[in-house]
Design a protein around this ligand. Structure first.
Ligand SMILES: [Fe+2]
Ligand SMILES: [Fe+2]
Length: 426
């Protein structure tokens, strides 16, 4: 069974193994000696209390080395960044070996998939392809009726503004992965998953558009809200400020300051923007679903949520690997500031969309849930918990990521949405 909040976990087979990549990582760690606070150690990168992804990565590595050939004909996915020019020169003289690969600043040929250095990234790609749908697959007829006849004005306010925030955010996410992150990766197995992620962000935008259009909302007005509603604008502006600085193909990631900026931006993107704001962002509409309202929209969001937990988990994994390979130490105050300003933006947003509570969900629930999820993401990143003691106000949210449980609970459309292959959900 895939745990969609911890998609690479494989509790039945957790025995670590030695692989070429693991040996390489160990030698890197040994050469560097004792690590400082907030520096990711190999152990932290592969096993954390809150992120058993690490253990399972070893298993996936083992599985991948047993596979005889993961050959794939892929085209060039990169624009010629600084790192790529280095790699282009290097490939003329040296065959690709896994130990040559790096997440960034690598010298191995990015057009050659195997041998894998990061087989876990390939597994993310395979898992992502098991969650495939289009918004047209889901019946929205009851939602039209609910919106027109059942929702209160306060509930309509929540519904519309959540969609207004999400649709702007997903375009921003697509551009960040496609334009700022993907080209800086120097291992094709990472870029291939990120290419899938770019597609998924576009699919999410289509999904929101489909909901907005089907319900009959004023599209121009909804899409313009992020400009005119300060609480929505605040989150988008914060994201733009943290992400635009790395949306340059001429970033020199061999420069320590530029690399630090990139790692901070990617930590924000994976840990907060996707890991908290998206993950928690669906919750107000899920609270309607729990009362039997807007179930079509909610089912659409459940599919999106599955993608987003993979995105956040993958991004966190990449951040940790960059820190390990490049001996990156982040400033604890800068990390604290990142959490604080993200919390402030989320409080403002929650107070706007839930200015009047709806049945079963309040602004206070929303912000406390942000803090609870933020602690989880911080642990996964190897950071200190920013909000110790935060309570899990919506324990049903994690279950929402597991469609099988929810489909039985809500008796919505029965959907085995994976395409091809066999996946045992139990
Ligand atoms: Fe998305
Ligand atoms: Fe995403």
């Amino acid at each position: 069974m895939i745990d969609w909040d911890d998609p690479l976990s494989n509790k039945q087979n957790s025995k670590p193994i030695n692989t070429l990549a693991e040996s390489y990582a160990k030698s890197e760690v040994l050469n560097r000696g004792t690590k400082k606070k907030n520096k990711i150690s190999e152990k932290e990168a592969n096993t954390t209390e809150s992120d058993p992804v690490g253990n399972s990565v070893d298993n996936l590595e083992e599985a991948s080395t047993k596979k005889t050939a993961h050959t794939a004909a892929i085209g060039s996915l990169a624009t010629p960044s600084q790192a790529q020019k280095h790699a282009d020169a290097h490939l003329k003289t040296k065959a690709v070996v896994a130990s040559d690969k790096r997440v960034i600043n690598g010298l191995a040929d990015v057009n050659q998939l195997a041998p894998f250095k990061y087989p876990w990234a390939w597994e993310y790609f395979l898992n992502a392809n098991k969650n495939h749908w289009t918004p047209l697959d889901i019946n929205m007829a009851q939602d039209v009726h609910d919106y027109q006849h059942s929702l209160t004005d306060n509930e309509k306010h929540v519904y519309e503004n959540v969609l207004a925030y999400l649709t702007t955010s997903d375009i921003l996410a697509m551009r960040n992965i496609g334009l700022a992150v993907m080209e800086k990766m120097t291992a094709p197995e990472l870029q291939i998953y990120q290419a899938r992620q770019v597609y998924e962000e576009a699919l999410h935008t289509w999904t929101y558009q489909h909901c907005i259009e089907t319900i009959g909302l004023d599209q121009g007005e909804i899409y313009n809200r992020y400009r005119v509603v300060p609480a929505i604008n605040g989150k988008i502006q914060l994201a733009n400020r943290r992400l635009n600085s790395v949306m340059r193909s001429d970033m020199d990631l061999t420069n320590a300051d530029e690399l630090n900026s990139f790692v901070m931006a990617y930590s924000f993107f994976a840990g907060i923007f996707e890991g908290c704001w998206f993950y928690n962002g669906f919750t107000p509409i899920f609270s309607l679903q729990r009362r039997g309202l807007m179930k079509g929209t909610s089912e659409q969001l459940q599919y999106i949520m599955r993608d987003e937990v993979l995105h956040a988990s993958f991004g966190i994994r990449v951040v940790k690997q960059i820190m390990l390979e490049n001996d990156v130490t982040l400033d604890p105050k800068a990390i604290r500031d990142m959490w604080d300003e993200s919390e402030a933006a989320e409080i403002s947003y929650a107070q706007y969309i839930l200015r009047n509570p709806i049945l079963g969900y309040t602004a206070d629930d929303h912000t406390e849930q942000f803090r609870f999820i933020a602690n989880r993401r911080a642990r996964q990143l190897g950071f200190e918990e920013p909000f110790p003691g935060a309570k899990n106000r919506t324990p049903w949210l994690d279950e929402q990521a597991n469609m099988r449980k929810e489909k039985n609970f809500f008796e919505t459309r029965v959907t085995e949405y994976q395409t091809g292959g066999a996946l045992n959900w139990d």
